[in-house]
Structures are given as C-alpha cells and as structure tokens.
Write a protein that binds this ligand. Sequence first.
Ligand SMILES: Cc1cc2nc3c(=O)[nH]c(=O)nc-3n(C[C@H](O)[C@H](O)[C@H](O)COP(=O)(O)OP(=O)(O)OC[C@H]3O[C@@H](n4cnc5c(N)ncnc54)[C@H](O)[C@@H]3O)c2cc1C
Length: 396
Amino acid sequence: MERFDAIVIGAGAAGMFCAALAGQAGCRVLLLDNGKKPGRKILMSGGGRCNFTNLYVEPAAYLSQNPHFCKSALARYTQWDFIDLVGKHGIAWHEKTLGQLFCDDSAQQIVDMLVAECEKGNVTQRLRSEVLSVTRDDQGYTLQLNGDSVQAAKLVIASGGLSMPGLGASPFGYKIAEQFGLKVLPTRAGLVPFTLHKPLLEQMQTLSGVSVPSVITAEDGTVFRENLLFTHRGLSGPAVLQISSYWQPGEFVSINLLPECDLANFLNEQREAHPNQSLKNTLAMQLPKRLVECLQQLGQIPDVSLRQLNSREQESLVELLTHWRVQPNGTEGYRTAEVTLGGVDTHELFSRTMEARNVPGLYFIGEVMDVTGWLGGYNFQWAWSSAWACAQALAE
Ligand SMILES: Cc1cc2nc3c(=O)[nH]c(=O)nc-3n(C[C@H](O)[C@H](O)[C@H](O)COP(=O)(O)OP(=O)(O)OC[C@H]3O[C@@H](n4cnc5c(N)ncnc54)[C@H](O)[C@@H]3O)c2cc1C
C-alpha cells in the first residue's frame, strides 16, 4: 500500500493550494479528486475570469455560526499574499467593482498557477478517484479507492459544498465529518437567485433582462447596495445573490429601486417645472422604461400628469418604489447556487490549523465547513487562507 505524509481529498481551490504548499514544505502529498480535471469551479468562476480575491476582505464579510473562527486564517494569509502569488505567475488582473479582482485573461490562468505550484511541491495527483471508505488506526488514515488503498498520517477534506452537482459537488465531506463524530450544521444554497410566486412572476414576465441599481434589505437588517436583475424565473443580480445568504424561507426582502434619487423631491421639482408632463415619462427619467410600463399595466403607476398626481398617490408610489416588499417563493437551489451555507461546525476545529479538535490528523478546509463569504472573491480567499493555515500545520 502506498504511503504519504498527507492525503488531500478534493482538487478544487482549497485542496490544490493546500497540497502545493504542504508539498513545497517537504511533505509527500497525494491529491485526489473524483473529476476528470482539477479546479473545475475555478474555471467556471467570475464568468470565466475568476474573481480570485477582494481588496476589502474582512471577517465581517463571512457568515458562520462561529463568526470569530475565520479571523486567524484570514489575518495570516491575506488577499495581499494571494495577489503577490498571482503577480509572481505573471497573471494580469483588474478591479471590476467593489474591490473584486478578476484575471484580465482567463480563469484557466489560476488553475495553471495552482497546477504549477503542485508540480513544484511534487504533489502526486489522482483524478477520477472514488474514495470508497476511510478508516483510522495508529498508522493514520487508510483510504480504499476504486482499485487500491492508500495511507497517510494526515487527511485533509477539501471536497467543497453541495452547489453545482454538475461540477462534482458531493456530500462526501459532511459524511466523513459525521463518521468521525463531528457536528455538521444544516446546509442550504447561498449566493443564489430567488424564484417568485406565480402571480407576481407572470406579472413581471416582460421585465426579464432588466437590471437596475438597488438597495436590498433582509428581515435581519442586512443591507446590500448592488444591481438587481429581473429574470424569467424571478430575481437575480448581485444584490439578490448577496441577500439570498441572509434570507430564510417565508421571509420578505425590501427593495429600493431608486437608491440614488430622492423620489419625492424629484417629483416635486418636475411638477414645478413641467406640470403637464406625464408621470410615466417622468419616472422613465429615473427607471428603465420597461419597468415603468410594467408597473403602469399593473395599476401601480397612475396614468396621470404630474399636476394630477395627488399627495396620497405620490406617497404610495414613493413607498412602492423605495420599499418594495417581496416574498420570494424560494431559491433556484444548489443547481445554480455559488456556495453552500452551513457544513462542518467550526466549533469542532482549531482555527489556527483547521484540524479537528478531537480527531488528530483530520483537517477540513474551504467551503465544506460553515464559513461562507459574500459574493465578490471572498469565497476563494477563504479557500486560500484556510488551505494556507492547514498546510503550515501539515508541514510542522
Ligand atoms: C459558478 C460559480 C462561480 C463562482 N465564482 C466565484 C468567484 O468568482 N469568486 C469566489 O470567490 N467564489 C466563487 N464561487 C465560489 C467558489 O467557487 C467556492 O467557494 C470555492 O471553489 C470553494 O473551494 P473548495 O476547494 O472548498 O471547493 P471546490 O472548489 O468545490 O472543490 C471541491 C473539489 O472536491 C471534489 N470532490 C467532491 N466530492 C468528492 C469526492 N467524493 N471524492 C473526490 N473528490 C470530490 C470536487 O470535484 C471538487 O474538485 C463560485 C462558485 C460557482 C459554483
């Protein structure tokens, strides 16, 4: 049976980075994945350009039942460290918006960089590998694979969450955690579009593709200021993806469709200057025409001139456009979600090393654990930071 110092399960962002660093520190590392290619999610990410980190990474941008857990790793391996590595590999990048860093060229460059780092660490890679069983004794961990068995003193689970089963996602990491007695918190889809109840959806069919700046607020008070996109299934766009991680079934979200305009003031000024101008044309100066037309067809915008608009109608219009309350039907689920909320309870792990407190030699890194970042490069940064912390411990 072939023996290694460490086996890493999952050749995604966290697993590749951890294997590479541990290998470079002198460990004999085996990296396993069930897929044909490493880093499949990286290739899909950021519209093919991989939003690999964010300039404004901070612990407050992560959801977890144990919010302090992520602090140590994020402080020890920061966005600047990763930006430095990307620079060393000659990968050109740019900031798109809100500190989000993307490759100028292609996400393939990040995968190639991680492959090169693994090669530098002499990491043995086995793709298309099914792990049939994992057992532990005083020799360490023995893995039964499809074909043969392998053994290592240390085992790292980097198998990610449940989002996008088409890209190899599986509950493997949660099952291993439970097998070794670690608590797994309930999981749900995060950074995911909302679906809407049929009547509302039918009313808004004509809006599919319309995008507007918005401020969106969840019932717990969390607020995001980003674009909202109407789709043929419901609502999407960065504002909705962000707030979906803070939304629970049955709850409402409140949407301000005119965050950059004091609507009451604007209407009063326009009324002064052009009293005979139609309300519809006035609103179309601030909102997409298709949205205004749709709201008028739904009877939400009266077919009147500014002079005819009475103060009660104006108030309810301002309320509708700045505090639109929507109760989503649900989310599009793991099929399109970018991340999985919940997972391995971080109270079970040491935040410095990612090792299970009660199972020596067993580590969890990346998305498999209950640490989920905002949209915008935060999730990859968690993969890099947690992988780095774990790799230091493997090398000790
Ligand atoms: C479409 C999409 C776009 C995204 N864009 C961004 C972005 O631009 N920026 C950002 O920060 N985040 C983005 N994310 C989130 C980010 O991809 C993840 O948070 C990150 O990949 C998590 O890294 P990981 O290594 O923990 O897991 P993953 O990258 O998911 O890797 C897990 C690996 O484990 C393997 N695996 C699973 N089960 C088994 C098993 N039983 N046996 C063997 N191997 C197994 C999988 O095949 C996979 O290769 C995006 C996600 C998606 C789905």
